[in-house]
Ligand binder design. Structure first.
Ligand code: NBP
Length: 483
């Protein structure tokens, strides 16, 4: 009996590889699979069952021979050195015209390097960001591919078939050359960090200032998810507060230690934004707060040394007044403003990166791809997409007519919420960063004439003037010496 050759192959049967293979098979594609550890492949083949169009392979040679030519291969292994190891394995088995995709969270600079290496051998290399976790990969992820256009066209029918759908359209689009796909995925994750920080802030305020119970939090976040805040992260937040522990029957959330871990994409987003000189304080603060959350022992010691303002009995009358003024509705409106600001920073980052790194991104397409399937999907992305459709070259979403109107109408809510947080000592750094960003972004005057003067004072770094063209330096010491 001859076995039909695979339409696509997946190397790496971890959480994501397994789910993508089954998703592809569901859509009628024949999938050859290979995993470094054979037992994983065997277990997966048993789980998939004979009716699935999945063909297990137990050597890279068998895997390469099991694919129709030109081959289409998706690497789905841990990012970093494992991706290079897999490419090394494939090197002698693939031919010019084949397409290799890396579906993991690879750093964009690694993707550039790998693309260059494989292009020299006539192999099309696509860096493909995939978001949605295990469930998304199985049922419809958001897919962010970048690389040679012809390589994308070769795999396009498969990616379009397995992607999530929003308004009937697949959440996948060719995003640009080189590492465009992995860059967009990195910024997606940075925005994810920023949004999660905002949600952590709102949880702290609702719990510690307004005293809401877990049951009340379920109701609040569920109702928020019904309107403009409709988003995956708000939805799962409500579900998390509802979850009871399997072992003790208590609310699970209260048993989880508040030490936030991270895998690196948030840090990469903050680092690259710094490199490109794009302000993205909501990503920066989210990374910083995860780091701070891990300093458990230090924070306990500091609570003794500095005193904790969180408990009611330690609050001043003024703090009580600010707390008494805060409403759930304020927090809701502040969160929505914070979300807009966080997306605005992410898209502004992509706008600059596109120019500097030649990614050739259409931000309308990015917003479109993020509408469903991914972790940062939200109803707001429809408005964001509309904004970039109206003005493809929009520098910052805060300058969009509609979104600017929304932010303007929420500024007071954001300020009231931040005021209550500051007065009571409940940290809400995401909301604070968002407010500062809005106020600084719209400011017609900022105090950096002073900064420039200081730089010139101690380092002769020069400055520019309002009243004359050119670059100036003042001999600051002359006056000191003379007086
Ligand atoms: P898993 O941790 O579930 O699986 C890792 C895979 O990498 C296994 O198949 C493992 O093979 C393979 N691997 C390793 Br580790 N080192 C290898 C090497 N040197 N050579 C060959 N194979 C090697 O990962 P995952 O969660 O499926 O994630 C895969 C990629 O997708 C990562 O880049 C991740 O960041 C990204 N991602 C994950 C999610 C998510 O929700 N999990 C979402 C979006 C993106 P073995 O079985 O032989 O050890």
């Amino acid at each position: 009996m001859t076995i039909a050759l695979g339409d696509i192959g997946i190397m790496g049967l971890g959480v994501m590889g397994r789910s993508l293979a089954l998703n592809m098979a569901d859509h009628g594609f024949r999938v050859a699979v290979y995993n470094r550890t054979d037992s994983v492949t065997r277990d997966f083949a048993m789980q998939a069952g004979p009716e699935q169009q999945v063909r297990p392979c137990y050597s890279p040679e068998e895997f390469a021979a099991a694919l129709t030519v030109p081959r289409k291969v998706m690497i789905m292994v841990k990012a970093g050195q494992p991706v290079d190891a897999v490419i090394e394995t494939l090197q002698d088995l693939i031919r010019p015209g084949d397409v290799v995709m890396d579906g993991g969270n690879s750093h964009f600079r690694d993707t550039m390097r790998r693309a260059e290496r494989l292009a020299a051998e006539g192999v099309g290399f696509l860096g493909v960001g995939i978001s949605g976790g295990e469930f998304g990969a199985r049922t419809g992820p958001s897919i962010m591919p970048g690389g040679p256009r012809e390589a994308y066209e070769a795999v396009r029918p498969i990616l379009e078939a397995i992607a999530a759908r929003a308004d009937g359209q697949p959440c996948v689009a060719y995003l640009g050359p080189g590492a465009a796909g992995h860059y967009v995925k990195m910024v997606h994750n940075g925005i994810e960090y920023g949004l999660m920080q905002l949600l952590a802030d709102t949880y702290a305020l609702l719990k510690r200032i307004l005293g809401l119970s877990n049951e009340e939090l379920v109701e609040v976040y569920s109702s928020w998810n019904e309107a403009e805040l409709d988003s995956y992260l708000v939805e799962i937040t409500a579900k998390i507060f509802a979850r009871r522990d399997d072992i003790t029957g208590a609310g699970l959330i209260d048993l989880i230690r508040g030490e936030a871990a991270q895998l690196g994409t948030g840090v990469w987003t903050a680092q690259t934004a710094m490199d490109l000189q794009v302000p993205s304080p909501n990503v920066d603060i989210a990374v910083a707060m995860r780091n701070l959350s891990a300093l458990d022992q230090e924070r306990r010691a500091a609570a003794v040394a500095l005193g904790s303002l969180h408990e009611r009995e330690h609050r001043t009358a003024q703090a009580e007044d600010a707390a008494a003024l805060l409403t759930i509705e304020d927090v809701r409106r502040a969160l929505f403003a914070g979300m807009i600001v966080t997306y605005a920073q992410g898209f502004a980052h992509l706008r600059t990166a596109s120019t500097v790194l030649g990614l050739d991104l259409r931000l309308e397409d990015v917003a479109s791809v993020w509408r469903a399937g991914c972790i940062i999907r939200s109803a707001l992305l429809r408005d964001i997409r509309a904004a970039f459709r109206r003005q493809p070259e929009l520098a910052n979403l805060l300058a969009d007519r509609d979104l600017a109107g929304t932010i303007a109408s929420r500024r007071e809510d954001l300020a009231r919420t931040v005021r209550a947080a500051a007065s009571t000592g409940v940290p809400a750094p995401g909301l604070m960063a968002a407010l500062a960003y809005v106020d600084a972004y719209r400011a017609d005057w900022l105090p950096f004439n002073l900064t420039q003067a200081q730089r010139d004072y101690f380092g002769a770094h020069t400055y520019r003037r309002h009243d004359q063209e050119g670059v100036f330096h003042t001999d600051w010491f002359a006056e000191e010496g003379g007086s």
